[in-house]
Design a binder for this molecule. Structure first.
Ligand SMILES: Cc1ncc(COP(=O)(O)O)c(C=O)c1O
Length: 391
């Protein structure tokens, strides 16, 4: 059928999600499959959220509260901001889309790094907005922690891009980034935003996507709210309930910004973009401190386990501040990320290939429960023996 559509829609490469468990079971006739592919919470949903959902079921014949009074008030208390500084999205993905739709016109551009979370680029393209991508800081120098991650962003190049292109309206910085696990320390971000403001005043917004903030252990990465308070006209913060609160399936995220910008986003968003179960579950999850603590603790333990396992297997990995880590399959196993992904899939373990990030020789592992981590590591170990024997 000759449907007419814009070139940027025709050429769009859609987002590729992690392979679902059921699909893998069907395809490979497997009873048990472990999914470490979507940076989900391996402990399941927050128990307080589940309780709240049960209670809210009786009101499902009503439309949800489009103003989301209760959830916004709870987030405002939690983040120490005003409720009118918050916009809610059907996942933080929707807030990304809202920002681009509200602040850019076709022909404008967003700026991010080559290996940044891919949703920014896709959302921009859907709206006829270009993406300027800067390189990563592959200096070849090895350092400690984050400094050892060659995939961290090159902020100096980003500033040069802003100088050179007056159509850039939004800068997306996932901090820490998915899938590389790298981050930008707060002090470097502060200098960066200062420079952005000097170059373009309030005409440009730096979006700090802090989806994994709760998992951060680095002492030089502080709460992003500090930067919003310092640069209220230039900073937008994104947060999500999909990770530490275990509510990825409900789709709840939010943005925090200046009240004027939030006013614009509120006008643009569709009414009832969050369903009533999501609203009350997220509100309850925010109070579930014990669950957050357990999730963070498990992630720490899992991260340590994977770092040790990968070191023992001589598979290099990139230091990560998230609930996942990226491994170099080419150096470690002599195979591409997709080849290792396929081999593991047949053995009942789903990881995440990242060739669409320009990283064909890497594979992302999400941290699971310790049982899942051990089983998945065994599969990788067996595979590594098989690959090495063939050499
Ligand atoms: C950096 C980053 N931002 C945003 C998201 C999307 O989160 P949500 O489920 O809230 O749409 C993800 C999901 O993996 C992510 O990695």
């Amino acid at each position: 059928m000759p449907y007419t559509t814009a070139d940027y829609i025709r050429t769009l490469k859609p987002y590729v999600p992690g392979k679902p468990i059921e699909e893998t079971q069907r395809e490979f006739r497997l009873k048990k499959v472990i999914k470490l592919a979507s940076n989900e919470n391996p402990l399941g949903p927050s128990p307080k959220a589940l309780k709240a959902i049960q209670k809210a079921q009786k009101e499902l014949h009503r439309y949800p509260d489009s103003a989301a009074f209760h959830l916004k008030s709870a987030i405002a208390r939690h983040e120490q901001v005003a409720a009118n500084q918050i916009v809610l999205g059907n996942g933080s993905n929707e807030v990304i889309e809202l920002l681009i739709r509200s602040l850019c016109v076709p022909g404008d551009a967003i700026l991010t790094s080559k290996t940044a979370f891919i949703a920014y680029k896709i959302s921009a393209q859907i709206q006829g907005v270009a993406t300027v991508e800067t390189s990563t800081l592959d200096s070849g120098e090895t350092g400690e922690g984050n400094e050892a991650n060659p995939l961290r962003f090159d902020l100096a190049e980003m500033l040069r891009a802003i100088q050179a292109n007056s159509r850039i309206r939004l800068v997306f910085i996932p901090n820490p980034n998915n899938p590389t696990g790298s981050y930008i320390p707060t002090s470097e971000l502060r200098s960066f935003i200062q420079e952005v403001k000097r170059i373009r005043g309030d005409q440009i917004q730096v979006v700090l996507d802090c989806a994994y903030q709760e998992f951060v252990t680095a002492s030089d990465l502080k709460t992003p709210i500090l930067l919003l308070k310092e640069f209220p006209g230039n900073v937008v913060i994104l947060r999500t309930f999909s990770k530490v609160y275990g509510l990825a399936g409900l789709r709840v995220g939010y943005g925090i910004a200046h009240t004027e910008l939030i006013g614009i986003l509120e006008k643009v968003r569709m009414p009832f973009n969050l369903n009533s179960l999501a609203l009350c579950a997220a509100e309850a999850a925010l109070t579930d401190k014990a669950f957050v603590k357990r999730s963070v603790q498990l992630n720490k333990e899992g991260m340590k386990f994977w770092e040790k396992t990968l070191t023992d297997l001589a598979i290099p990995y990139y230091p990560s501040q998230g609930n996942f880590l990226l491994v170099d399959t080419r150096v470690g196993l002599g195979k591409s990320g997709s080849e290792v992904f396929e081999s593991c899939l047949k053995r009942g373990v789903i990881f995440r290939p990242v060739a669409n990030y320009g990283l064909p020789d890497a594979l992302r592992i999400s941290i699971g429960t310790m049982v899942e981590n051990r089983l998945a590591a065994k599969v990788l170990e067996n595979l590594s023996d098989t690959f090495r024997r063939k050499h």
